[in-house]
Design a protein around this ligand. Structure first.
Ligand code: ACO
Length: 427
């Protein structure tokens, strides 16, 4: 039986249908509200608004559950690899051995970027933030590939998706090399997705990179954990940009721009800045007090989440892997000690307990990146490489939805009412 709710206005009453998913809270369908009653709904930050139907990722923030296409993140983290997860996000099912090998081949053979794209880097100063370069260079991919630009054509969409996933590590490594003033490394087809990326980052013309299995495993895991997270700010940005029929590469550039903010993907960089500022475990109490002080803009970076009101399941996995990675690369990192103690103190503090503020995915990820030799300003770029698969999967899902319309929120106008123009001499 269809569930409904009745909404009573001053002079009318309407019945609204309630939509149910396979899991998660129901949603009241308000599409007819304005037409029937002449009112909008108001929900800044979309706290109570579902913007679409999606089959890709499920989160239960109260229980700390994250699943891609139904598969628990813990199982994927333990058994899968990043390209298999990318296939799962794009196509909805885990690949057979043959499908996996075909997908691996296609992605591997799309990793090169057009040589003229490399010249774009010359326009950036040597110390440009890599996320600034990522936004610009990824957006400029929209000036290439005119062979597959018809977004209504399913095969064209698929080719764009493959190109995007394949080229992102190549562009990211080129950003890093530009900062260093070193020549870029071309991709190598005999390496894995992650192995190829690490080599493009760290090899030089004088010395090849000795790929460490521990580094490859850790990076692979971080990429899996960051691959998708349903309708977060950057994914919603990609969907909104794409809803007008815009070029997919330009839409992904918009997603990268949104991800860069410190309230979103930029938090991993901000966490390390914060741990550096804390400097020593003896200073933690001072920073906790600052985070609780409403007159101080300081927040505990890597803490809190719009959806998780429980431990972020990704943070739990990364925290455990931090121990392993630091042991394997034989590094003692004082930042890890500070982070562990900070978490311990915060989780016993009434302020954080009351507000259900727990470590999020970014609290520990930077410590692993640091152990792998990735500099701080590249942390959010790592996130962008992984999240590209999620962005692309959502973009494909949206475009192929027959009910898809341009995204166009409304507003409550609070500006001046009508007034007449006054000439400049009389103002
Ligand atoms: N430190 C201190 N207080 C916090 C923190 C924090 N990290 N996060 C939230 N709070 C407090 C707020 O001040 C607010 O308190 P109040 O009710 O007394 O006013 C309450 O907790 C609720 O916080 P909101 O900002 O309203 O929650 P919202 O859902 O809008 O924001 C966000 C979530 C942006 C993640 C927030 O927790 C935050 O800024 N965290 C730090 C940045 C961060 O780690 N971002 C990464 C998010 S995960 C990701 O994108 C990968």
């Amino acid at each position: 039986m269809t569930k409904t709710v009745n909404l009573k206005g001053a002079s009318s009453e309407i019945t609204l249908e309630v939509r149910s998913g396979t899991e998660g809270p129901d949603a009241i369908d308000i599409t007819s509200l304005y037409g029937d009653m002449g009112v909008f709904t108001y929900d800044p930050g979309f706290v109570s608004t579902a913007s679409c139907h999606s089959k890709i990722t499920y989160i239960d923030g109260d229980e700390g559950i994250l699943r891609y296409r139904g598969y628990p993140i813990e199982q994927l983290a333990e058994h899968s690899d990043f390209l298999e997860v990318a296939y799962l996000l794009l196509y909805g099912e885990l690949p057979s051995a043959e499908q996996y090998s075909g997908f691996n081949h296609v992605i591997t053979h799309h990793t090169m970027i057009n040589e003229s794209l490399l010249h774009f880097f010359d326009g950036f100063h040597y110390d440009a933030h890599p996320m600034a370069m990522m936004v610009g260079v990824t957006g400029s991919l929209s000036a290439f590939y005119h062979d597959s630009i018809d977004i209504q054509n399913e095969r064209h969409r698929e080719i764009s998706a493959h190109r995007m996933i394949a080229k992102m590590p190549t562009i990211a490594a080129a950003c890093f090399k530009h900062n260093l003033g070193e020549p870029v490394n071309y991709p190598r087809n005999d390496l894995s997705y992650v192995g190829n990326f690490l080599r493009m980052m760290f090899a030089t013309p004088c010395e090849d990179y000795q790929l460490s299995p521990a580094a490859e495993k850790a990076m692979n895991l971080l990429f899996i954990l960051h691959a998708d997270h349903e309708q977060n700010a950057s994914t919603s940005t990609v969907r909104l940009a794409g809803s007008s029929g815009a070029n997919p590469f330009a839409c992904i550039a918009a997603g990268i721009a949104s991800l860069w903010g410190p309230a979103h993907g930029g938090a991993n960089e901000a966490v390390l800045d914060m741990l550096e500022e804390i400097e020593d475990v003896s200073n933690i109490d001072k920073f906790i007090a600052r985070a609780k002080d409403k007159d101080d803009p300081f927040r505990l970076m890597g803490f809190g989440h719009r959806v998780y009101k429980n431990y972020d399941p990704r943070a739990k996995i990364i925290r455990a892997v931090c121990h392993e990675v630091l042991e394997e690369v034989d590094t003692h990192d004082p930042f890890f000690e500070i982070a562990l103690r900070l978490e311990e103190i915060a989780l016993e503090d009434e302020y954080f307990v009351e507000r259900k503020l727990y470590p999020n995915v970014d609290f520990y990820s930077g410590i692993i990146y640091r152990a792998l030799g990735i500099p701080r300003n590249m942390f959010t770029v790592m996130f962008a490489i992984a999240r590209t698969t999620g962005w692309v999967a959502h973009w494909m899902e949206m475009i192929s939805d027959p009910k898809q319309r341009i995204g166009r929120p409304r507003q409550i106008y609070v500006g001046e009412p009508k007034r007449d123009y006054v000439s400049i001499t009389q103002r």
